[in-house]
Design a protein around this ligand. Structure first.
Ligand SMILES: Cc1cc2nc3c(=O)[nH]c(=O)nc-3n(C[C@H](O)[C@H](O)[C@H](O)COP(=O)(O)OP(=O)(O)OC[C@H]3O[C@@H](n4cnc5c(N)ncnc54)[C@H](O)[C@@H]3O)c2cc1C
Length: 395
């Protein structure tokens, strides 16, 4: 039986684990965090990733645990409505296959679908990796050594497996000039149920979403040289306070409440661009391989697509991992590259560089309130130009 180590129990890792165990592989899932991670940000889930969720039998649960927003509202510094539109247009444009869900909820639904059929190790990671052509020998942070036939890095944007097998991040990380901070607050006021409130100014955007259990998610996206994300949480929060001192709308209150935030996340909006995602017996997946950044609004769904395609190709290649890796790359690389290019074009929407970009951004938002415009603008981008292979028979 082929022994595979999948590093990272986020979105891509457990999805691949699902398809490989189904095809008869012996799978070990390794996660650095001591337990499945909670909290974080809300993601939009749609497109080919939704198809994968359906094939895993989890789409209904994803819909059930997600949110259907009823309004996207742009406000000014005093909280007055500038314009708004009904996001139901995304739902219609995808035939009802569109939902917003907490990233951690999606991860936990996928993980639960494994139903303990794979070995899971939490609170550990890979320290060294040696691929001698016949097998991969790994040492772990906890001290042990183990051999696997294949190693898959699904350990996110800052993948350690990528560093160990392919080289330093600088070769592959393309920073888009925007840093993101996601703050989860408890008991924040005001709150409007199922309304995405956005305040945008030159250099930044702040979005507020009211989630269940009186939790509010505030998402900052702002122009930065990339250094803010490098600090620890205290330094990141201090930089955020300095950056947004004197800003309008509810920002002063949010910054004050940040000390008691339920969760805080800050990172660069970067893409990973690699000439190849595989080397020898090691392959990369999800953000580790081809992160499109949050600007794509689809990274989780794409991570599931990559996991599914790699799983199918490995199952069909009957032990020939080289062939499977080749097919995996050939099928997906152009598609992922086009998603990355589209995301770059959206940069001004998340942090306009000047008054003109802000004006254009708000004008487009206003057009969205007209009935025929959203379909015209979004129609094509809501369809993923990829044909998924059929699922392999269970092994
Ligand atoms: C603010 C924000 C908003 C976003 N909005 C959307 C959206 O609307 N729609 C959407 O589809 N996507 C969105 N995304 C992107 C999405 O979250 C990612 O693309 C997706 O989570 C990628 O999945 P992944 O499994 O590749 O990586 P991740 O989900 O990052 O999972 C990686 C896992 O690996 C673990 N790990 C890391 N290092 C190690 C190590 N050394 N050893 C072991 N384990 C390790 C991590 O703890 C984590 O569990 C957004 C991202 C951000 C930051």
């Amino acid at each position: 039986m082929t022994k595979v180590l999948i590093v990272g129990a986020g979105i891509a890792g457990p999805t691949l684990a699902y398809w490989l165990q189904r095809a008869g592989y012996e799978v070990t899932l390794l996660e650095q965090a001591p337990a499945p991670r909670r909290g974080g940000y809300l993601i939009d889930f749609w497109g080919a990733g939704f198809d994968v969720a359906e094939r895993m039998g989890i789409a209904q649960e994803v819909m059930g645990r997600g949110y259907r927003m009823r309004e996207v509202r742009q406000v000014d510094e005093a909280g007055r409505r500038i314009t708004s539109f009904d996001p139901d247009l995304f739902v219609h444009g995808t035939n009802g296959r569109y939902v917003s869900i907490a990233r951690s909820e999606l991860a936990s639904i996928i993980y639960a679908a494994l139903a303990e059929r794979v070995e899971s190790i939490f609170g550990d990671s890979v320290r060294t990796l040696d691929d001698d052509g016949a097998r991969v020998r790994l040492t772990f942070d906890s001290g042990g050594t183990r051999d696997f036939d294949l190693v898959i890095g699904a350990d996110g944007l800052h993948s350690r497996i990528r560093r160990l097998a392919f080289g330093p991040d600088a070769q592959f990380e393309k920073y888009l000039g925007i840093t993101v901070a996601a703050v989860e607050l408890e008991g924040h006021r005001p709150r409007e149920e199922l309304v995405a409130m956005m305040y945008t100014n030159v250099g930044y955007q702040v979005t507020r979403l009211s989630l269940r259990d009186d939790v509010t998610l505030v998402l900052f996206t702002f122009l930065d040289d990339g250094s803010v994300a490098d600090g620890d949480t205290a330094a990141q929060q201090a930089a955020l306070r300095a950056r947004f001192a004197g800003a309008g709308w509810e920002i002063p209150a949010v910054l004050e409440e940040m000390d008691h935030a339920r969760s805080f996340y800050c990172d660069r909006a970067s893409q990973i661009r690699m000439p190849s995602w595989t080397r020898g017996r090691v392959a990369l997946l999800g953000d580790a391989a081809a992160c499109p950044s949050l600007l794509a609004g689809q990274g989780s769904a794409l991570a599931m697509v990559e996991a599914y395609v790699l799983g199918v190709e490995l199952a069909q290649a009957r032990g020939d991992h080289t062939l499977a890796f080749e097919r995996y790359e050939r099928r997906l690389m152009p598609f992922l590259r086009s998603k990355q290019k589209a995301a770059v074009r959206l940069t001004p929407a998340f942090a306009p560089r000047n008054g003109l970009q802000l004006f254009l951004r708000n004008s487009i938002m206003k057009l969205f309130s007209l009935p025929f415009v959203p379909g015209l603008v979004m129609g094509k981008s809501l369809r993923d130009a990829i044909d998924l292979p059929s699922p392999p028979p269970a092994g």
